[in-house]
Write a protein of this length. Structure first.
Length: 487
């Protein structure tokens, strides 16, 4: 058994240090082992007489002097201010503590009542806020529903977008189906046919009305788009300073765009006199003569034609189409970055995946095959759908398996020829015409002569092949047929 011996004296403070970052204080610990007691030798070691004593006297006077004086012989004490004190009921300690306990309970009851009232008030406030929120949400839903109905009504009465006209056509179709159902269920025979005919006429009239409205809307949207484009191109650069002041700056490009905008707005006006119209045409002619190109030449030709017709006193209504053509070409002139540099930041240039496919220089058309480089083909514009289709037909073999292309182009080939295709190779991708000059795979050469326009082969124009069996026989004799190198 280990017995703990507690020290009979307090350990001395040995100092310590404080951490500069955390502020934690660390103290030096004293040795926990109790010192060994020395045996009593019977000699008085500590004595009062051996201690140094310093004596000091100090007088102190209180602010209020108090003393007690009893009456006696030769001493009179007045009793005018004496009071008679009657002792009250004696209160024991238990009674005193019981009184304090009742007082504490009373105070606690008041505090609990106050807390309960506060909690109830908070619940009432939360309930009122919840009811107010629910009412607000209900009003918001009703308002949104009314706005949607109002917006739907406006979209039907004043359509401005394609979705609005689709909504009209959908509503018209639903109305037609409902009317047709009613006619089929209520009438028969000749009356039914007559009712269906009248329904068709009414539907036709409604479709015509919607179409006329759509044309007017498209015209207005086009004019609005042009105005927004011109305003955006002619607007100066703007920014705010640190003092929240707006600063506008015009550059040479914005000034040029603003001049072109003013000129376009003046040219587009129809309510001008003949003299003013001639002046505007001369101004336009001087503006575009600085840049000579096919577009400006067309505009100048149209301007001269209008001036000639105006000198012949042709009516303005007859010149409306010519003036629209001038405005259209001049708008195209404004959208050209070479003449109006600021539109370079506004116009978006879109490049389709088909353009990107052929916009690569010095890249093989077929992988792992020696073929004609893409740079040798003439670059064709892709701005028209017909040119896209012709180009796709021309290079259709590039996106189809070579053997499938042979089957589609040459259905008269025998099964043995097609079977030899998968077992033989063309060394180095050479042509079947000369057998030594690398040009393209046999498939591409054959397809270009059978199905597609004739291309140059081995430095000369390829001849049209009427009988493919002769070509096949020459190549099959040497055992080289239709296999891409590396496949």
């Amino acid at each position: 058994m280990v017995k703990n011996e507690h020290s009979y004296k307090q350990k001395a403070f040995l100092g310590g240090y404080r951490h500069q970052l955390t502020g934690t204080e660390y103290h030096h610990a004293a040795v926990q082992t109790l010192p060994r007691k020395k045996p009593d030798r019977g000699i008085t070691v500590f004595s009062r007489d051996s201690q140094t004593v310093r004596l000091k006297s100090h007088n102190q006077q209180c602010r209020v002097n108090t003393s007690t004086q009893m009456a006696g012989i030769g001493c009179y004490v007045s009793c005018m201010k004496d009071k008679l004190v009657t002792p009250g009921k004696y209160i024991t300690a238990d009674e005193w503590h019981d009184r304090k306990l009742r007082a504490v309970i009373f105070l606690q009851s008041l505090a609990r009542r106050w807390l309960a009232q506060k909690a109830v008030d908070q619940l009432r406030n939360e309930q009122s806020r919840q009811l107010a929120w629910l009412e607000m949400q209900e009003r918001r839903r009703e308002s949104e529903k009314e706005d949607q109905q109002r917006d739907l009504y406006q979209r039907r009465m004043n359509p401005k977008r394609r979705e609005d006209f689709n909504l009209l056509y959908k509503a018209l179709e639903m109305w037609r189906l409902e009317e047709e159902r009613l006619i089929n269920s209520s009438q028969q025979g000749a009356k039914r046919k007559e009712a269906l005919r009248l329904l068709l006429e009414k539907e036709t009239q409604l479709i015509r009305a919607i179409g006329r409205r759509q044309i007017v809307t498209q015209t207005n949207n086009y004019e609005k788009m042009i105005r927004d484009f011109l305003n955006k191109s002619a607007s100066p650069y703007q920014w705010f300073t640190t003092n929240n002041h707006l600063i506008e700056m015009d550059t040479l490009h914005t000034i040029t765009a603003r001049k072109l905008q003013d000129l376009y707005n003046n040219i587009s006006l129809s309510t001008v006199s003949k003299k003013q119209r001639l002046h505007l045409l001369m101004t336009l002619k001087e503006t575009i003569e600085e840049n000579e190109c096919p577009l400006t030449l067309d505009i100048l030709e149209l301007i001269d034609r209008e001036v000639d017709l105006m000198t012949r006193k042709i009516k303005a209504q007859s010149l409306e189409g010519l003036r629209n053509r001038i405005c259209t070409l001049f708008l195209q002139y404004i959208k050209t970055a070479a003449f109006n540099p600021i539109v370079r930041k506004m116009l978006k240039v879109s490049k389709t995946s088909l353009d990107l496919r052929f916009d690569i220089k010095n890249q093989n058309v077929f992988e792992r095959a020696q073929v004609v480089q893409a740079a040798t083909y003439s670059r064709t514009s892709f701005n028209m759908e017909g040119q896209k289709k012709r180009l796709l037909r021309r290079f259709a073999v590039l996106w189809t398996p070579p053997w499938q292309a042979i089957r589609e182009a040459c259905p008269q080939l025998s099964t043995s020829v097609l079977r030899d295709v998968g077992t033989n190779r063309v060394p180095g991708g050479q042509t079947i015409w000369s057998g030594f000059s690398p040009w393209a795979c046999w498939t591409l050469v054959s397809m270009s002569h059978v199905r597609f326009p004739t291309k140059q082969v081995d430095g000369r124009m390829g001849e049209s092949v009427e009988n493919l069996s002769e070509v096949y026989f020459l190549e099959r004799a040497s055992g080289l047929i239709l296999r891409l190198p590396g496949r």
